[in-house]
Design a protein around this ligand. Structure first.
Ligand code: T1G
Ligand code: NAD
Length: 678
């Protein structure tokens, strides 16, 4: 069955793609498009053409799995030029998500009609690329440079309504009548000179006001920092104003190929598939019967409980939140409402939506109100005795068949499950702070966790907008476990003479949002502190005894001004120097390269141990965890992909040079010239 078929409706030829799951523009689809338009042009009875797709979406872009492989069939640019060149009107009939090459196909058609739920976009920049089939040249000529910039440089899709408003879509048609409405629209265009996007002049706005490009760079500086593709996108859209169409397409091609052969796009394409792989659980049928989750209970309304609850409320799932005391409950519910109201103030929610979410939240001081929940997530103090007491109590109250989950950061899920009579319904759901914002969810699979319970959690994570990865039961699971050796090396290096602000700067330069000491200040230097200012055994004890608990008190490793800007503190330099002297640590100059290697290589090594022990299903899951939970820069692909890029032999050599342990799996892969990913 060819992926492209044609249907003749009197004088209209409909070219139909059926290439599940997302009508990716693979070689056969491109060839089919060319054959389809040839058929239309060679049939005199045909006076107009409609291009549409079967399945869940219009073309969702080039076939990413073909990247990096020798090109088969016509390239997309040439294929769609044939559509535009047609002297018979060609109409794109859009539903689902017309993305990347799919949006470029639509732009090459003379007209675009779309159902109200459709979206259009050029997300190539999220793959470290720019549109490569003239999208950066046709789009500005249709919608103007100003409207084209965010679509090309940020890459978020726009609604059909917005696309219509900016002139990208000519007509919004019936949600259920796309095929027939498109044919009717095509028939109305017969006899008119087809408008060709490549001849559009809307991009004059960029010529008349070239300042828009610098303005865009300035406004989006933080968002695009470190990425190569956004600047290439700006240059390509600018070229649409400065060069002829043909020269602009040539320029786009040069910029595209430079990115395609660069490391960033390889890393970001790796991440695209890694995110999709992470929600697959080896050995479990994705179609296994799931446990319906209609009502969720949250235990503890502290830093995490409230944010966790918001994820379900925002997805329309009723939440009952239970606390020990009225005051803690009021505080927790107050934080939820304030967060929603702030989101509404920023125009990302309506007042109705805020009240809608709050109306399905039930605060309570009684565990009994959790009895009919389908899932209860515990977020109480990080103490094993408290966790066990709470789970034993929940087990006696919550209905049979309901899932009991812990948000513990480090504790042993199997030990917690063992105090219940339903260990197969117990697992870890490890959210990250702030839980209503951070995308990552570590799903911790207990020894006895049932397959349907695990898959239910995985599917639920997508429903609440999280990116999930499965971890086995080990201290700190995947993320925190790999964080420990990094923090440890950071603390050792400042004892050996490295400046803590230099250590932070190395990670900032690498692309992290913050370094280890900034992170301590944000999370709170006093987390887990014994609260006895007389007892000073560690550097942290000394800082806490000096009242340096972190950003929340305006000083930690750094001093902070009102604007939360940080300054290295002489008092801390003094404390570190005293500690190093007491420990008899010889002080020496430590280079930025050594700092980077000693911070990142031990993490990779810990990742290898996690894979050795089967605590992660695949290396790419570790990349997903660190990119979504710890700000590892996306354009390097995550710790395991980055290590592959650096070369595992170099990682091993670096670890040995610094006298650091090397995991067996890492040693073996390096010796075999292997990689963690693929
Ligand atoms: N190529 C190949 N496979 C793709 C694909 C693509 N473009 N898009 C999705 N898939 C696979 C995906 O791996 C998964 O496979 C399945 O389809 C369902 O996807 C020249 C150079 C369309 C919004 O960047 O954003 O065009 O895991 O789980 O959540 O200028 O997929 O089931 O085996 O994500 O409903 C530009 C990428 C390409 C869009 C659907 N296009 N796709 O989301 O399902 S570059 C994109 C998406 C380009 C040109 C350039 C989303 C989606 P599996 P899914 P979903
Ligand atoms: P927190 O101290 O801010 O809040 C805990 C809340 O639990 C308090 O309000 C307390 O009153 C309540 N509580 C204690 N015992 C209770 C009981 N028996 N029944 C009902 N409520 C009870 O702590 P947190 O930072 O929200 O951490 C909660 C859990 O989440 C811990 O296991 C922690 O390790 C984990 N976690 C924390 C973070 C973080 O960044 N804070 C991130 C991920 C996971």
């Amino acid at each position: 069955m060819s992926v492209i078929t044609t249907e003749k409706h009197q004088n209209i030829l409909v070219i139909i793609s059926n290439n599940p799951p997302v009508n990716a523009l693979g070689a056969a689809v491109r060839q089919g498009l060319v054959d389809g338009i040839e058929e239309a042009l060679s049939d005199d009875e045909i006076e107009a053409v409609v291009v549409r797709c079967d399945g869940r979406t219009f073309f969702a872009g080039a076939d990413i799995t073909e990247f990096g492989k020798p090109m088969q069939g016509p390239n997309l640019g040439e294929a769609i030029d044939r559509l535009e060149a047609s002297d018979k009107p060609v109409v794109a009939a859009i539903h689902g998500t017309a993305l990347g090459g799919g949006c470029e196909v639509a732009l090459a058609c003379h007209y675009r009609v779309a159902v109200p739920s459709a979206k259009m976009g050029l997300p190539e920049v999220k793959l470290g690329l720019i549109p490569g089939a003239a999208g950066t040249q046709r789009l500005p000529r249709v919608v103007g440079a100003e409207a084209a910039l965010p679509m090309v440089v940020i890459g978020n899709p726009i609604s059909a309504k917005k696309a219509h408003a900016i002139g990208l879509v000519d007509q919004i048609v019936g949600e259920g009548s796309l095929a027939e409405d498109a044919i009717a629209f095509a028939r109305e265009q017969i006899g008119k000179e087809p408008p060709r996007s490549s001849e559009g002049t809307a991009n004059e706005d960029g010529i008349k006001n070239p300042a828009i490009f610098d303005e865009f760079r300035r406004k989006n500086g933080r968002k695009i920092r470190g990425f190569d593709a956004p600047e290439a996108g700006i240059q390509a859209v600018k070229a649409a104003g400065e060069l002829s169409y043909a020269d602009g397409v040539k320029k786009e091609g040069e910029l595209f190929m430079k990115l395609m052969t660069g490391t960033q796009s390889a890393a970001m394409r790796h991440y695209f598939f890694a995110e999709r792989a992470a929600n697959k659980i080896d050995g479990i049928d994705p179609k296994i019967d799931l446990i319906p989750i209609k009502k969720v209970g949250i235990l503890g309304a502290g830093t995490m409980g409230g944010g966790i609850g918001m994820n379900f409320l925002s997805a329309g799932i009723p939440v009952t939140i239970v606390e020990l005391k009225e005051e803690a409950l009021e505080r927790g519910v107050g934080v939820i409402r304030k967060n929603y109201e702030n989101t509404a103030k920023r125009g990302r929610m309506t007042e109705e939506q805020v009240e809608g979410a709050m109306s399905i939240l039930t605060p309570s001081l009684s565990y009994d109100d959790l009895a009919d929940c389908d899932l209860v997530i515990e977020a109480v103090f990080e103490n094993m005795d408290v966790k066990k007491e709470v789970f034993a109590k929940l087990d006696g109250i919550v209905k049979q068949g309901a899932i009991l989950a812990s948000n513990t950061s480090y504790l042993n899920i199997d030990e917690i499950a063992a105090v219940t009579k339903r260990p197969e319904y117990v697992l870890g759901l490890h959210f990250f702070s702030p839980a209503n914002i951070m995308k990552l969810l570590e799903i911790v699979r207990g020894e006895k966790t049932a397959d349907n319970v695990l898959m239910t959690a995985m599917k639920l994570s997508k429903r609440i907008g999280k990116v999930a990865a499965v971890s086995g039961v080990c201290p700190g699971f995947i993320g925190n476990r790999m964080l420990s050796p990094r923090q440890e090396q950071a603390n050792i290096m400042i004892m050996e003479g490295a400046n803590y602000w230099d250590v932070d700067d190395v990670l900032l330069d690498f692309g992290f949002p913050m370094g280890p000491f900034q992170m301590s200040d944000l999370a709170g230097v006093d987390i887990g502190w014994h609260r006895d200012p007389e007892r000073i055994e560690t550097l942290r004890d000394a800082l806490c005894a000096a009242g340096r608990w972190g950003q929340k008190v305006g000083k930690g490793f750094y001093d902070y001004n009102e604007a939360r800007q940080r300054t290295p503190a002489d008092e801390v330099k003094q404390i570190i120097a005293e500690f190093a002297a007491k420990a008899g640590k010889e002080q020496r100059e430590i280079s930025k390269d050594e700092i980077r290697e000693r911070l990142l290589y031990p993490m990779v090594n810990e990742g290898a141990k996690i894979l050795e022990e089967g605590m992660a299903q695949r290396a790419s899951d570790i990349d997903v965890v660190w990119i979504n939970g710890y700000g590892w820069p996306l354009y390097t692909g995550g710790p395991m992909f980055w290590a592959d890029t650096v070369g595992l032999d170099n990682v091993v050599a670096g670890l040995k040079k610094h006298g650091l342990p090397v995991a067996k799996l890492l040693e073996e892969k390096a010796a075999a010239g292997g990689k963690f990913n693929g």
